[in-house]
Design a protein around this ligand. Structure first.
Ligand SMILES: NC(=O)c1ccc[n+]([C@@H]2O[C@H](COP(=O)([O-])OP(=O)(O)OC[C@H]3O[C@@H](n4cnc5c(N)ncnc54)[C@H](OP(=O)(O)O)[C@@H]3O)[C@@H](O)[C@H]2O)c1
Length: 313
């Protein structure tokens, strides 16, 4: 840590009581630690090591990302004491086209533990759940999660939404409003789509549910040309005011996008997904720096309020 001028910020992850870094390492998305963009496992391990060196203690992975093996190896190579890192992983309700039974789900989870080289995870999330899948998850898979918790293999239970196809939080909004089993949720939120503020974060704050923010940047907010094209389309179709074309000065969009999410009341951890150690460093600098000036934040809230049709993917 020597030589760094800014220190990582920490917070409590809702009712789990876990002390976690405000920046979490996302091992999925379009990069998957670089494994999805042609980089090798040694690079993936170096990204995890860079995150640990930067003070990040929250790592999010999943069965489907195929990054659990790299995460497990990185933690072993770094000789990271198990209790000093918070491991979050996920399992989708389906294996292939079919729902997993309760016992098949528990068997699949043994694979997560093996790949991560650990005998427990801090957080097990049902992954990318849609409204159609939610009732099955409640009746068949929550009992599996509770058994895994009782067996000491999982400390806390979470659920993540499928923000790409569900940018309006049709699954997660009612789930946090009505059910009490979720200790932590992962929600899509960014400058372009702030609809989680009312539909999800109001409930998580009232119930002290921990929150993980995904899609802070994703494709559009990390690519100035893609952003320009999307904003032009949204203005042309009347979904955004003309002012949307001028609120992003050149140059610092990605950093501002991460800061905007970090500063949102009710968001505990902002996940940053990258396969590039230099990007991780830049994102850590942004997330460890001062808040966005209030007038900039207010402008972004005003211009994009009411837009809930895009994810930024
Ligand atoms: N339903 C779900 O459960 C679900 C869905 C999506 C994501 N997630 C989780 O949320 C995490 C975060 O989502 P995400 O991975 O899409 O992350 P993100 O942080 O919103 O966006 C990451 C994308 O932006 C690029 N990027 C990052 N920093 C950059 C920088 N400084 N300059 C330019 N480009 C930059 C990355 O490419 P480079 O590799 O080139 O940096 C990557 O393609 C995932 O990793 C995953 O853990 C969960």
């Amino acid at each position: 840590m020597g030589g760094y001028t800014l220190a990582m910020n920490f917070t409590t992850l809702g009712r789990t009581g876990l002390l976690v870094s405000k920046m979490g390492l996302g091992c999925g998305g379009h990069s998957r630690l670089g494994l999805a963009t042609g980089k090798d496992e040694a690079n993936a391990i170096s990204v995890v090591h860079k995150a640990l060196e930067r003070g990040i203690n929250f790592i999010d992975t999943a069965e489907s990302y195929k990054t659990e093996i790299a995460v497990g190896k990185a933690l072993v190579l770094a000789k990271t004491p198990r209790e000093s890192v918070v491991i979050s992983t996920k399992l989708g309700p389906k294996s292939g086209e079919s729902f997993s039974t309760k016992s098949a789900f528990k068997t699949r989870f043994e694979g997560n533990l093996t790949r991560l080289q650990t005998d427990y995870v801090d957080l097990l999330n049902l992954h990318g759940v849609t409204t159609d899948e939610y009732a099955y998850c409640q009746s068949e898979l929550v009992p599996a999660l509770l058994e895994l918790r009782d067996e000491g293999k999982v400390r806390f239970l979470g659920i993540t939404e499928a923000f790409g196809p569900d940018p309006q939080h049709a699954m997660l909004g009612p789930a946090v409003a009505n059910d009490s089993c979720w200790d932590v949720v992962m929600v899509g939120f960014n400058i372009l789509n702030q609809s989680a503020r009312e539909r999800v974060l109001a409930h998580t704050q009232a119930k002290n549910i921990g929150t993980l923010c995904m899609f802070a940047v994703r494709r559009v907010l990390s690519n100035p040309d893609a952003l320009k094209t999307l904003l032009a389309e949204l203005v042309a179709s009347g979904q955004l005011p003309d002012e949307a074309l001028t609120v992003f000065p050149e140059g610092d969009t990605t950093q501002r996008a991460y800061q905007f999410c970090r500063d949102e009341p009710g968001i505990d951890i902002v996940l940053s997904g990258t396969g590039n150690p230099a990007h991780l460093e830049a994102n850590a600098q942004a997330l460890m720096g001062p808040p966005m000036p209030p007038h900039q934040r207010e402008t972004l809230m005003r211009v994009f309020q009411g837009l809930d049709s895009v994810s930024g993917n």
